[in-house]
Ligand binder design. Structure first.
Ligand SMILES: *Cc1c(COP(=O)(O)O)cnc(C)c1O
Length: 487
């Protein structure tokens, strides 16, 4: 029912686990808000955009792959995030929603989110530069990363960007910088509450041996943290990010609860409210199984209010760092079917979208199944009986499949296959296998007269750029390097 009104009229039956997205279902779908979030409008907007992309020549035989971003959907997600926390926090509580830039590192997206009241969480010099290029001020920016260099730390403190120290050695470096200059940066420590992992090991940040933060349950760690705050009046924040896709909401809430309890303990033992802000990280899972948004920010905020009484009392300012949940469902990568063939009795559609735009799905298909929508050569939703088929990418290895054994209307040469929910950690995360070019990315919105307007987010990569990025300027460097004498 959600976006699969075409073709077979039923959703595909992808193998594998769609993560924790189905864990919470509920009232949102029935409510007025739920009507909007239930995905009908989203699917309609997507269908119109694919059609318009073909009509307007963004997509065609010469440009066989494109990434599309639903500007309306992104704006709605930002509004829902802000409203969800506004509804639960005490009036006047400072709340900064900092978008995890790594989820969709595109400057126009960061600017759009900033206009919708969302700041930036950055984790590298590149991400910080993107946030600054988008015009996001230091006061709306948070720097977290497990490997900050002294230069990065110095720059962040000079700018007044909030920094979360990952470990004791990093705190030592910050000590040195704080002795030599004053900084407006709010500074915190990242802790790992070690509450456990979820269904995707690589995205579980709160396991006993996770590389992130100070492992709170390790011997002596809690005392070290308390002392660190006692010795440094400028340490005013506490940070945890307990996971991402595949983590049950209850575990995320438990991570926040442990972090809150630690802040309470530190302030109590210090006899002063030194920790004034809790950074609760991001990690809300996304439902990759339908067009429905579930869980919602409102559900998560309510759950936090129940699981961590006091969190929203107004005694702490809040920072959140959502990434995937803000962008995933608003992106679609659409690729032309170059050839349709058959192998071993199974139809195989060879498209232009594969490992270069859907790296996680191709390498870990059981953890990251994607829905595929079929469109005809004019970009219209494809009708027809469901046929079990493979949807392959252009890369030269056998596993380069967007979907294996998926039931869809038969994809034929010149049709288009769309990989849905790819607005975060997919087409904005190009993987340069086979020197495949980065596709162009366009945002779409209603044009005001019943059609669809597109805006360039990122130009497609040119072949000249590929050569330049692959050492084209140094073609002679190896052959002219003087070789040692051979005797
Ligand atoms: C990746 C990351 C996030 C965002 O995670 P999502 O699952 O995309 O919401 C937030 N905070 C930190 C520290 C991260 O590393």
């Amino acid at each position: 029912m959600f976006g699969w009104k075409h073709g077979t009229g039923r959703p595909p039956a992808p193998e594998g686990d769609f993560g924790a997205g189905h864990e919470i279902t509920g009232d949102a779908v029935e409510s007025g808000m739920g009507r909007r979030m239930s995905g009908h409008d989203r699917a309609d907007r997507r269908d119109e955009a694919v059609r318009a992309a073909v009509d307007q020549g963004l997509l065609g035989p010469g440009t066989p792959i494109v990434g599309l971003l639903d500007i309306t959907g992104i704006r709605e997600a930002a509004t829902e995030l802000r409203a969800a926390f506004d509804a639960v926090v005490a009036p006047g509580t400072p709340v900064l929603h900092a978008f995890a830039v790594k989820a969709t590192p595109l400057v126009p997206v960061l600017r759009l989110l900033y206009r919708e009241g969302i700041g930036a969480e950055v984790a590298s010099p590149g991400e910080l530069a993107l946030a600054r290029a988008a015009g996001i001020p230091p006061a709306r920016t948070v720097l977290d990363s497990p490997a900050k260099t002294p230069a990065e730390l110095r720059d962040a403190l000079a700018l007044g960007i909030a920094v979360n120290a990952d470990n004791p050695q990093e705190l030592d470096r910050i000590d040195g910088l704080m002795r030599s200059a004053t900084s407006r940066s709010p500074i915190g420590i990242r802790v790992n509450p070690q509450v456990g992992g979820g269904s995707i090991e690589a995205l579980s940040t709160a396991t006993a041996t996770s590389k992130f933060g100070v492992a709170l349950r390790d011997e002596g760690a809690r005392e070290w943290v308390v002392r660190a705050y006692a010795d440094r009046p400028w340490l005013t924040r506490l940070h945890a990010h307990t996971g991402s896709q595949g983590i049950p909401l209850s575990l995320m809430a438990q991570g926040v609860a442990e972090t809150y309890a630690l802040a309470e303990e530190i302030n109590r033992r210090l006899g002063r409210p030194q920790i004034d802000t809790l950074d609760i990280g991001g990690g809300l899972p996304v439902n990759f199984g339908s067009d429905e948004t579930t869980p919602t920010y409102a559900q998560y905020a309510r759950l936090l209010g129940e699981a961590v009484p006091g969190l929203f009392s107004g005694r702490y300012g809040l920072v959140t760092e959502f990434g995937r949940s803000l962008l995933a469902k608003h992106g679609t990568v659409v690729a032309r079917v170059e050839y349709a063939k058959s192998a071993g009795g199974r139809p195989v559609a060879v498209t232009h979208a594969g490992v270069q735009v859907a790296t996680r799905t191709v390498y870990a298909p059981a953890s990251w199944p994607l829905r595929i929508a079929a469109y005809d050569g004019k970009g219209r939703p494809k009708e027809g009986p469901g046929v079990v088929q493979d949807v392959a990418g252009p890369a030269c290895f056998a596993g380069d499949l967007l979907a294996e054994g998926r039931t869809l209307p038969l994809l034929e040469q010149g049709d288009y296959a769309a990989a849905l929910d790819t607005g975060a950690y997919y087409f904005a995360h190009h993987y340069a296998y086979n020197s495949l070019a980065r596709p162009g990315i366009y945002g779409f919105a209603p044009d005001g007269s019943g059609g669809v307007a597109f805006a360039t987010v990122r130009e497609p990569q040119s072949i000249d750029e590929i050569v330049a990025e692959s050492g084209g300027a140094h073609a002679d460097s190896l052959t002219t390097l003087r070789a040692p004498d051979r005797r």
